[in-house]
Design a protein around this ligand. Structure first.
Ligand code: APR
Length: 167
């Protein structure tokens, strides 16, 4: 798998990513940060479909259509709340792995991730990037070829990801 770290609003990556990943919460009813940006860009039909999914557990992943976004799917995952999850590193690892697995099940060739849990959920960026690295290293892809890590808007987060993934 090719892995690229890019400074990019994930809602504007366009069709180079078959799927974009949403850093959601268990209700899948929208929120701030990436969640808010994706729901605003996709439009109200996204929330209607999310309401049929019966929520999402931390570490799991569920797919919806992308509606007004240029992508084929949005893959919603719920990261760990760093200060209350009993095992935040395992939950975060599972987020990345389960999004990759779901993208392969859908036969996708490319997926874009935000920096899951490092905003409202408080995961320290350096630790979170190590978990992301480990998951992408461990995963054996089927159809997936291109992974984009869309880091935005925090330049410090970008530097940490670039350092960790320097090819
Ligand atoms: N594109 C890419 N990355 C973004 C964007 C965007 N448009 N907007 C924010 N980010 C970055 C944040 O700067 C942060 O580094 O995504 C990372 C994840 O931050 P959050 O969106 O706060 O997600 P998270 O920490 O996983 O918390 C999820 O926040 O928005 C609510 O409903 C959501 O309850 C859930 C919680």
């Amino acid at each position: 798998m090719n892995i690229r770290v890019i400074y990019q609003d994930i809602t504007k990556i366009g069709r180079i990513a078959d799927a974009i990943v949403n850093a959601a919460n268990e209700t899948l009813s929208g929120g701030g940060g990436v969640d808010g940006a994706i729901h605003r860009a996709a439009g109200p039909l996204l929330l209607e479909e999310c309401r049929t999914l019966n929520g999402c557990k931390p570490g799991e992943a569920k797919a919806t259509k992308a509606y007004s976004l240029d992508n084929k799917y949005i893959i919603h995952t719920v990261g760990p709340r760093y200060y209350s999850d009993p095992n935040p590193s395992l939950t975060l690892y599972n987020c990345y792995i389960n999004c990759l697995k779901l993208a392969d099940e859908l036969g996708l060739e490319s997926i874009a991730f935000p920096s899951i849990s490092t905003g409202a959920f408080g995961y320290p960026i350096k630790e979170a990037v190590k978990i992301c690295c480990q998951a992408l290293h461990d995963y054996k892809p089927k159809t997936l070829k291109n992974i984009y890590l869309c880091i935005y808007p925090d330049i410090n987060n970008l530097r940490v990801f670039e350092e960790a993934f320097k090819i």
